[in-house]
Each structure stands twice: as C-alpha cells, then as structure tokens.
Design a protein around this ligand. Structure first.
Ligand code: ZN
Length: 267
C-alpha cells in the first residue's frame, strides 16, 4: 500500500533505508528540522543543515522515487540558547522559497522552560509572517502532559493561527484528545523506546476515529524504526479494518494536511 511518512529524519539514515522504504510503499516523506544529538556551535551549522534538507536529501530520495519535503526551525533543545535561536530564526526566510519546504517545524518544548517558550512564540510569529504551516514536537514521557498543555495554550492564544494548518506530533492517549478537540491535526509516533507502539496507535484510531489523525515513524539517529508505518498497516489489517480507513490514516490524511502548503504536489 502506498503511504506517506509525515515525520522522518532521513539525514541520519542510510541510502539503503531509502531503498527499503520505497520497497515497502513509501511514496513521500516529510522531514522536520531537529536536534543532531549534540548542540551546534553557530548559525552557520544550521545554514549547512538547511542546505542538506533542501538540496541534498530531495535528490537522494528521488533516486528511489520518493518525494522529500522538509520543515525548518531551531529545535526545542537548542532553543534554550536564545541568542543562537534568534540568529537561526532570522536566517530561515532565506530557505522558505525552496521547493520542498512545507513550513516551520518541528518546534515545541523539551523541558518546558521559559526560554523554550519564548523561542516557540517567535517561531509562531515567523510562521504567521510568511504564511507557513507549523509542525510541533511535544516533549517526551513525564514532561509530555504539561508541555502539551503549555503548547496548546500558546497556540490557542494566537488568534492569527489557522489551526487546520498546525500538526501536533508525538501525541499519546493522555494528550490526543486536547489536540483534536481544539481543531489541530495530531500525529502518533511509532517508536521502539518511548512514544507509542503500532498496537497503541491502532487503539487510538479505534477510540478517536481517523479524522485529522496520522502516524509517523520519527526515524532518526537513535533507536528507531523507519519502517514503522508498514507495521501499523499490518496491525490495522489484522484487526479487520477496511483498506479505506487504513489508506486515510497513512496516505489521504497527510496528503490533505500537506496540500495546504504550495510546494506539496504529491498524488
Ligand atoms: Zn522529530
């Protein structure tokens, strides 16, 4: 079955992974900017990273017939450094015209600090100013509930935002409802270490329905599985769900959400 992975960090994966993804039916990927596993030293590191995301990865993906899209920002972890963050935010518009950029992301909170919140709000300003969609990272484990509430409060507090153009990722059973009931899109991350399994994702689809809901692998440089979406497809098939429902979650929903950004042309 053709599918789209809406959150996959291919800069930290191999070319063999692209081949495997293509074989499994992946036709498009969206890659948010994130943390590299270490704090970068200057704005120039981010400029190179954004070139990698807008020039190099689309070519690597195209060799396997996969469309590659991306999102730009300084991630929540490095957002603790306000000076560096502001330099990066000032540089992002240089790349907003690139033909695979869907918006600003993944922005969010990590430890729910004041600095992270300040930079989150400055990213929202940037998105509004340049009419960009937004992709949001919610914190892990014990920080998730509080962090998600803080993020939703900041989003709801900005009346300029179109909530149907905002995707809140890494939702779990205790946060998904707040995201959906406020009109945002929600992403479930299938991850072997923290976050959610295909079984839990299938349970959430059954409980909350498929509207404005999608799934991703968030494959990155840590323990993660870039082919986690086919696992979810198998789980849903096993439970007897229709092809239409499965296709809605893994293809139609991401396509509908991304289509609100001009560069998205797939399908
Ligand atoms: Zn991510």
């Amino acid at each position: 079955m053709d599918y789209i992975d809406p959150h996959l960090h291919m800069v930290s994966r191999t070319t063999d992974d692209y081949e495997t993804l293509a074989r499994m039916g992946c036709v498009a990927i969206s890659e948010p900017a994130f943390w590299a596993g270490f704090d970068r030293g200057s704005v120039e590191s981010f400029r190179d990273y954004f070139r990698q995301l807008t020039e190099f990865e689309p070519k690597r993906a195209a060799q396997y017939g996969i469309a590659h899209y991306t999102w730009l920002c300084i991630n929540a972890k490095e957002a603790e450094n306000i000076t560096l963050s502001r330099e990066v935010i000032a540089m992002i518009p240089e790349f907003l015209g690139a033909k695979n950029v869907l918006g600003i992301g993944e922005i969010g909170l990590n430890k729910n600090t004041r600095n992270e919140a300040t930079i989150f709000l400055e990213h929202l300003d940037l998105a509004v100013q340049y009419n960009q969609q937004i992709l949001i990272h919610t914190p892990h484990l014990e920080d998730k509930y509080q962090g998600t509430r803080m993020i939703l409060d900041m989003l709801i507090g900005d009346s300029r935002l179109d909530r149907s153009r905002v995707l809140v990722d890494h939702v779990e059973e205790h946060t998904i409802e707040h995201v959906l009931e406020n009109g945002f899109w929600a992403g479930m991350t299938l991850y072997p270490v923290s976050k959610c399994t295909p079984q839990r994702a299938a349970d959430m689809i059954e409980r909350f329905g498929p509207e404005r809901l999608m799934a991703n692998s968030a494959g990155d440089w840590g323990p993660s599985k870039p082919t986690a979406i086919p696992d979810l497809i198998m789980e849903l098939k096993k439970r007897g769900h229709s092809k239409e429902l499965i296709r809605k979650i893994v293809f139609e929903n991401p396509k509908q959400f991304f289509s609100q950004s001009k560069p998205f042309v797939h399908g």
